[in-house]
Design a protein around this ligand. Structure first.
Ligand SMILES: [Mg+2]
Length: 230
């Protein structure tokens, strides 16, 4: 096995809990609705959070308006704007800063993240991790067609780090998109498969979508990196 030179991370549900972002956005929507629709903020937030914990992932705001007896589907785009444009209150997983400090001594550190550019940038600013990273790539800056599993954002981050794919590893949480493109380039891959993660129970949709290694905690991610380096 070749010696690793770069560790490249996904963002959502890899460096912080995506659930915290969702709940932070719901709070912003509830605050907006308190002012503009007269829905009491505490109640509005509670019904949104309940929908989420019940597993609702589509048409959430439509269903939420109905629950509050507001027959106004035309408001949904505005609610989505409030959600996507809010300043998120999110924090990195507790172990992340120590791990990044440890890794930064031996490796170059990179990020490849999907999602709407402005939304991802706001998350990135809120997390305050930028100083640890040598290269940060938001795939949306290359166009929607270059979101993962496209190889394009991985090529770009490796170019910025000046590292060959075989000397790098990508760590992500979503087997539907995190490992295919990275593997096609020849990168190593690790699935951070946390028990409470949004995509932790998904199955890779095909043989090429599997990671090289699976880690169920961030400490296991660290030992997996060591294993790849043997
Ligand atoms: Mg993710």
């Amino acid at each position: 096995m070749t010696k690793l030179q770069a560790i490249i991370f996904d963002l959502d549900d890899t460096l912080y809990s995506e659930r915290d972002y969702v709940l932070s956005g719901f709070q912003a929507v509830a605050d907006w609705a308190a002012i503009n629709l007269g829905i009491e903020a505490v109640k509005g937030y509670a019904t949104l959070a309940n929908l989420y914990f019940e597993g609702v992932r589509n048409n959430t705001f439509d269903r939420w308006l109905t629950l509050h007896a507001i027959d106004r589907s035309d408001l949904v785009p505005t609610l989505l704007d409030v959600y996507r444009q809010h300043i998120p209150k999110i924090e990195p997983f507790p172990e992340i800063v120590e791990i990044l400090k440890t890794l930064a001594g031996s490796y170059q550190i990179g990020l490849v993240s999907d999602g709407y550019l402005a939304v991802q940038q706001r998350k990135w600013t809120a997390l305050g991790l930028d100083a640890f990273f040598d290269a940060v790539v938001f795939s949306d800056s290359l166009g929607r067609e270059n979101w993962k599993p496209s190889t394009a954002p991985f090529k770009l981050v490796l170019e910025q780090l000046n590292i060959l794919p075989e000397f790098s590893v990508y760590i992500g949480d979503n087997p539907r998109k995190d490992f295919l493109g990275a593997r096609q380039l020849g990168m190593q891959t690790i699935w951070f498969k946390r028990a409470m993660a949004e995509y932790g129970t998904l199955e890779p949709p095909g043989a090429n979508y599997h990671p090289h290694l699976i880690a169920e905690s961030l400490l296991q991610v660290l030992s997996s990196i060591d294993r790849l380096n043997l």
